[in-house]
Design a protein around this ligand. Structure first.
Ligand code: GLN
Length: 432
């Protein structure tokens, strides 16, 4: 083990904790500083999910992905800022202040893995771990101009990831280029007996830029209402470049996408209301004094410890699951989810990947989206992927107003290799 000096000039509030002299070892990631999103457990290093309710919590164990990253010789550089518990699309919902976009500090870095993206985009670290429940790796990758992969559900262990919506979320790699994303993926993927949903599908792949004959579906919904025409134009041009590189494009449609956002927000809030029930503020966080009753003390701690967006979602989810409304919301959302999964499966019988923009817009200004609904609407192009459990990557493909635009490439379950290859082909041959 060798200690590295890591003293980043964090002008962007990307880090919540910096490990000043992280230990590195030998292996595939020898001596590489890797930043870790603050909802991923790190032994001996405070892990808060950017929430006051977890302030002071020091996990006694490493998440499986962190254990693997360390075993590969990487040095844990620090813990990165995020939307509280992963709930948001801008990193403005952090209890510890927003992260700024290194490309334009008046704009958000995207979320919820905004700290990880900013740490990579500013060159403070070479790689980072993020998590993606409804777009939280791909959105900040798109907004900050880096590469981010949301792996197939089950391909990377969630053990040690503090749950927000466990049926949707996964840990995944973020880096400045496709090869580094692939390298980090090769370290973190594979089976783990501590996660019952983890599959025995390790990843060992050398990216290939040969995409001759690859069939790319272009879903019309990804270029429809709500998508900034300037962003759509940049992405269409990138897809044209993939055609020049030998891919074949096929127009297609995902009719069930109409229900994706509503289904996502019912399911994620329902799961959150259950997952977040455990936080009581007794051992860490606001440290309540039990004066009246336990009940009243927990209520006070949770009111004080959770930010407004988290409280809103706990209430929404509790309502969606309550008796009498369960069938109306949660059960219907599950039906929509199944239809989305089927639509993707139908398309993937004909095409190898689907392409479209990652986000409907470029990074917005800090404070620009002050109502929750307009923030939720920016997730429209990313959440279908989580509902279906498929892999998707965001790779930079140009700019609008000098801000990066991400090309999203979605693939069949467990074909993370293929989305990586298409991204690599674009990265290598994207600019004619
Ligand atoms: N923006 C989405 C949400 O707020 C996705 C967040 C995420 O992927 N963690 O739920």
């Amino acid at each position: 083990m060798s200690a590295l000096r890591f003293e980043p000039d964090d002008k962007y509030n990307a880090f919540l904790t910096v490990c000043k002299a992280p230990e590195g070892g030998n292996g595939k990631l020898s001596g590489i500083p890797v930043a870790v999103k603050d909802n991923i457990s790190t032994q001996g290093i405070e892990t808060t999910c950017a929430s006051k309710i977890l302030k002071g919590y020091i996990p006694p164990y490493d998440a499986h992905a962190v254990e693997l990253v360390k075993a590969a010789g990487a040095a844990i550089a620090g813990k990165t800022n995020m939307d509280e518990f992963g709930m948001g699309t801008s990193t403005e919902n952090s209890a510890f202040g927003p992260t700024l976009n290194p490309r334009d500090t008046g704009r958000v870095p995207g979320g919820s893995s905004g700290g990880s993206a900013a740490a990579v985009a500013s060159g403070m670290v070479r790689m980072a771990l993020g998590t993606d429940t409804g777009g939280s790796i791909r959105c900040p990758a798109s907004f900050c101009g880096i590469v981010g992969l949301k792996p197939t559900y089950g391909r990377v262990s969630r053990y040690g990831l503090i749950a927000y919506a466990n049926s949707l979320e996964t840990i995944g790699p973020m880096a400045a280029n496709v090869l580094d994303v692939s390298l980090l993926m090769s370290v973190i993927a594979g089976h783990d007996r501590h996660d019952a949903t983890s599959q025995d599908r390790p990843y060992s792949h050398t990216p290939s830029a040969d995409i001759k004959g690859t069939r790319i579906g272009i879903p019309q919904e990804y270029f429809g209402a709500g998508v900034d025409p300037a962003v759509a134009a940049v992405v269409k041009k990138a897809i044209g470049r993939l055609e020049e590189l030998g891919a074949v494009t096929v127009p297609c449609s995902i009719p069930s996408m109409e229900y994706a956002l509503a289904a996502y927000y019912v399911i994620c809030t329902s799961e959150a209301s259950s997952n977040l029930a455990r936080f009581d503020g007794v051992r860490y966080g606001p440290a309540v004094e039990i004066k009246k009753s336990w009940h009243a003390a927990f209520q006070d701690a949770r009111r004080e410890g959770f930010g407004p967006e988290v409280r809103r979602r706990i209430m929404l989810g509790t309502f969606a699951l309550s008796s009498g409304y369960y069938g109306k919301y949660y059960a219907k959302a599950q039906i929509a989810r199944e239809n989305i999964r089927k639509d993707f499966a139908r398309l993937f019988a004909d095409v190898d990947v689907l392409c479209g923009p990652t986000m409907p817009t470029i990074a917005f200004k800090l404070g620009e989206k002050s109502d929750p609904l307009s923030m939720y609407l920016s997730d429209i192009l990313t959440v279908p992927v989580n509902l279906a459990g498929i892999p998707a990557i965001s790779v930079p493909c140009g700019t609008v107003q000098d801000m990066p635009v991400g090309l999203q490439i979605m693939g069949r379950p467990f074909e993370d290799e293929r989305v990586i290859d298409v991204a690599y082909a674009y990265e290598q041959g994207g600019q004619p």
